[in-house]
Design a protein around this ligand. Structure first.
Ligand code: HEC
Length: 120
């Protein structure tokens, strides 16, 4: 085997170990077959940053607990909508092109109804 091939095999081995050690999985709807509409929209548009491993969760954890939006209680729907439309801190504004007013309202109502179950 050439040196290059050996290096490639070694690199794959390292990646395999990282995966076996349980890097947190991204949040997807596969794990949530019974998701409501607001929850689905949240997973689709927000969970990449606000899931257990997301940068939104990481940054929020510096100033608020629980850091996961889905586990918060008393998060006001109006506050969620305002934060999403204007952007807040390191979160970029979410435009109407990305998420319509009707969809954002469903997401906000879902979060306002929290706390929701365990992180996934
Ligand atoms: C690109 C990543 C990203 C996406 C996508 C994202 N957020 Fe955020 N969000 C952040 C970050 C980062 C913060 C923390 C801002 C800070 O404090 O610096 C945050 C903060 C928030 C806060 C403030 C919470 C508090 O306690 O002050 C709300 C509410 C929020 N996001 C809602 C949403 C909603 C709803 C969506 C989906 C429509 C969404 N975010 C999508 C990155 C994201």
């Amino acid at each position: 085997m050439s040196k290059l091939a050996l290096a490639a095999v070694a690199a794959l081995g390292i990646a395999g170990v990282a995966m076996a050690q349980g890097m947190p999985k991204p949040t997807t709807l596969v794990d949530r077959p019974n998701a409501t509409d607001g929850e689905k929209l949240y997973v689709e548009h927000c969970a990449m940053c606000h899931g257990p491993n997301g940068m939104g969760t990481g940054l929020l954890g510096r100033r608020v607990q629980p850091a996961l939006l889905e586990q918060r209680s008393g998060l006001a729907a109006q506050y969620v909508i305002m934060a999403a439309r204007r952007g807040i801190g390191n979160m970029p504004p979410i435009t109407r092109g990305e998420v319509s007013d009707a969809d954002l309202k469903q997401i906000a109502d879902y979060l306002a109804a929290g706390p929701h179950g365990a992180a996934k």
